[in-house]
Design a binder for this molecule. Structure first.
Ligand code: ADP
Ligand code: MG
Length: 140
């Protein structure tokens, strides 16, 4: 399998509860390497643009408000099959459906406040990485 890069976000519910270290330990233990990382506070406009693909969904407003409510950690994870591996370590969107040991099973509060974001395909990974990082910030 090829070495890939994917965008990961540690969401406000997790930064609020001081869980960034515990969450990143799970990524690193799974063989994913953090090759870029920053802690930022999204505006409503930035959150809305990032989640534009969900604009028609009933939870869009709530999702944008949540993502802009407190700092997030945006990061790029690299490794063999990193896009799928990240999603596996994250667990299902709804923590009630997430497999034991996954980040969402252990830490998520609800289907909305579910601790982490991860890109879902190579095209979205490239777009989402470029949304937050310049090439110079991907340090390996
Ligand atoms: P994922 O983050 O697992 O890729 P989606 O792309 O379907 O999931 O949804 C994006 C985000 O929108 C979710 O991570 C979650 O924060 C929020 N969300 C999804 N479904 C719901 C829902 N039914 N109610 C509230 N928020 C939701
Ligand atoms: Mg998604």
């Amino acid at each position: 399998m090829a070495i890939e890069r994917t965008l990961s976000i540690i969401k406000p519910d997790a930064t609020n509860r001081n869980l960034t270290g515990k969450i990143n330990a799970k990524f690193e233990d799974a063989g994913l390497r953090i090759v870029a990382q920053k802690r930022i506070k999204l505006s409503m406009e930035q959150a809305g643009k990032f989640y534009e693909v969900h604009a028609a969904r009933p939870f869009y407003g709530e999702l944008c408000e949540f993502m802009a409510s407190a700092p997030v950690v945006v990061q790029v994870l690299e490794g063999e099959g990193a896009i799928a591996k990240n999603r596996e370590v994250m667990g299902a969107t709804n923590p009630k459906d997430a497999a034991a040991g996954t980040i969402r099973a252990e830490f998520a509060l609800s289907v909305g406040e579910n601790s982490v974001h991860g890109s879902d395909a190579p095209e979205t990974a490239a777009q989402e990485i470029a949304f937050f990082f310049s090439g110079l910030e991907l340090v390996g």
